[in-house]
Write a protein that binds this ligand. Structure first.
Ligand code: GLC
Ligand code: CA
Length: 558
């Protein structure tokens, strides 16, 4: 096995937390979150137990795709602060033991980027082939667009030269031409720049689109070679410049293709990938009150090499995509968690956050997060999940979940000293409003969602086998129950989740030596296997349990 890492494999059991600086905390009272505001919240994140912060795009941008449309890769949007403010945040995070990764958006730029302004000027402009152009009329590509409510083709005719440019996303986001060595050199400079400013890696946006050869000439494809080699070069460069930095990819494609982006058995491609397939299967399982789809997905995950890892999530900043389910399965999830048209988007996803989808039932919400943290891999949270924030459905598309972080019960949620009307995005006014859901109240309440998530993070960190180990499904008779065992070296954890509202008694056997004890990770309570290695556990409706398996002679942690 080739292992490219030069350093610590900290990311194997990290706790990732993503946030948009713009909506997190406003330090100067103009209603827009900023780096100065974020710097003041690093201690909050450290207290929660976050080990890796993922900052969504904060670069200069016309902001037509919430910052994923960049006009300058080497700067900070002036509304959010300066490079100096960015370094303050990174430095403070490091001081508190947290890593920082940032979005690397290299599939496209904004059409306002100086490179594209040059590129569209003439067919012989030096920047022309920084983007992907074609002179012949493109075929119908309406089935390839990512945002079907806004676009009907991935090619846009540009009046100046009468040719078409490629844009896999919005037409204001022209795709960069990765087959051009000059573009690749520039990408390495961008990586080097932010590495020098202290980042610990990158979340790479839209990975499969970056490496597609759509619109490239056969000569370009020939000269470029296997696109995955470029990914390996990026991984190697991040490793060299940061020591133990990572590249975490957004790759929503079937597992077999994901395996290719991991670098197959060498594991020298992406360090981590979000498990979109597992996430969608988890929602189908929650909807059906039957973990079978999730078990099937876990069973289909390719075997990863030492140098790679899955990132598990239940929510991110985009629509909750259900695009990899069948139409019938997707409809089941829609019926259960988002039956109204205004809750759905792009015909494939949901605009809601998890608590409202679970009908606000704290038992079910907690079971879902316990499940997330117990899945083999590294958990990733979207800001506000730790306090059970809701959404603003009247906001367009994906903006519904990108509302300001709710710090206090005040009308502006303690997010800003500006009045509500000046805030960068609206706050919920329903049962999820700041008055009902906020950090200040929950931090002093031992029964709050915040206290629960903080404890969950602590337990996950105490049991590294969850991040490092191999899982197996434990046989037991209830279709609504998922029983998993995760082992790494001599440690192992058993997790039980009840997907139904009805309580059950779960009986199962373990092939362990007599005297083996299961210790409840949350309560410290002990259960002893009987002489046949059998055990019975009572689970409430939507109940969950985690047990550490202790041999008769093991030393206990606590
Ligand atoms: C990714 C991002 C999404 C963005 C798109 C285009 O899918 O997660 O928010 O709109 O890329 O950059
Ligand atoms: Ca501000």
């Amino acid at each position: 096995m080739r292992i490219t890492e030069t350093g610590d494999l900290w990311w194997k059991n990290a706790v990732i937390y993503s946030l948009d600086v713009e909506t997190y905390n406003d330090g100067n009272g103009d209603g827009i979150g900023d780096f100065a505001g974020l710097a003041g919240r690093i201690d909050y994140l450290a207290e929660l137990g976050v080990t890796c912060l993922w900052l969504m795009p904060f670069f200069p941008s016309p902001d037509l795709d919430d910052g994923y449309d960049i006009t300058d890769f080497y700067n900070v949007d002036p509304r959010l602060g300066s490079l100096g403010d960015f370094v303050e945040v990174t430095r403070t995070a490091h001081d508190r033991g947290m890593r920082v990764i940032i979005d690397l958006v290299i599939n496209h730029t904004s059409d306002q980027h100086p490179w594209f302004k040059q590129s569209r000027k003439s067919t012989d402009n030096p920047y022309r082939d920084w983007y992907v152009w074609r002179s012949d009329t493109p075929p119908d590509t309406s089935d390839k667009v990512v945002f079907p409510d806004q676009e009907d083709s991935i090619w846009e005719k540009d009046d100046k030269t009468g040719e078409w440019y490629l844009h896999n996303f919005y037409k204001h986001q022209p795709d960069l031409n990765i087959a051009n060595p000059k573009v690749r050199d520039e990408i390495f400079k961008i990586i080097g720049f932010w590495a020098q400013l202290g980042v610990d890696g990158f979340r790479i946006d839209a990975v499969p689109f970056i490496f597609s050869t759509e619109g490239n000439t056969p000569e370009e494809i020939e000269a470029f070679g296997d696109p995955h080699d470029f990914l390996r070069d990026i991984r190697a460069m991040v490793g060299r410049r940061t020591g133990d930095g990572i590249i975490l990819g957004e790759v929503n494609i079937p597992y077999t293709d994901q395996y290719t982006f991991f670098g197959e058995e060498h594991g020298d491609g992406l360090t981590m990938q979000f498990d979109f397939i597992g996430m969608q299967a988890a929602y189908l399982s929650l909807a059906r009150q039957d973990p079978a789809p999730l078990v099937k997905a876990l069973g289909q995950r390719p075997q990863l090499s030492h140098g790679t890892q899955w990132a598990n999530f239940l929510r991110n900043h985009d629509e909750l995509t259900l695009d990899k389910l069948t139409d019938k399965e997707r409809q089941e999830v829609f019926d259960a968690f988002g039956p109204e048209p205004e809750m759905q988007v792009y015909g494939r996803g949901l605009k809601r956050r998890l608590p409202s989808m679970m009908g606000g039932d704290p038992r079910r919400i907690r079971m879902a997060y316990s499940l997330l943290f117990s899945l083999p891999g590294t958990p990733s949270l979207f800001y506000g999940e730790e306090i059970g924030m809701g959404e603003v459905l009247s906001e367009e598309g994906r903006m519904a979940v990108r509302t300001p972080m709710q710090w206090t019960p005040e009308p502006s949620a303690g997010f800003s000293t500006a009045g509500v009307r000046k805030l960068v995005a609206p706050l919920p006014s329903d049962g999820y409003s700041p008055e009902h859901v906020n950090v200040a109240d929950q931090r002093s309440d031992p029964d709050s969602q915040y206290a629960f998530v903080r404890d969950l993070i602590f337990r996950y960190r105490q049991h590294p086998e969850l991040g490092w180990g191999q899982h197996e499904v434990i046989e037991q008779p209830h279709t609504a129950v998922l029983a998993l065992r995760c082992r790494h070296e001599e440690n192992s954890v058993i997790t039980l989740h009840n997907f139904s509202p009805d309580g059950v008694t779960v009986a199962f056997s373990l092939d362990e030596e007599p005297g083996t004890v299961l210790v409840d990770v949350f309560t410290g309570e002990e259960c002893r296997l009987d002489d046949e290695g059998r055990i019975e556990v009572v689970l409430d409706g939507y109940g969950y349990r985690w047990y550490r398996v202790h041999g008769p002679d093991d030393r206990r942690l606590y």
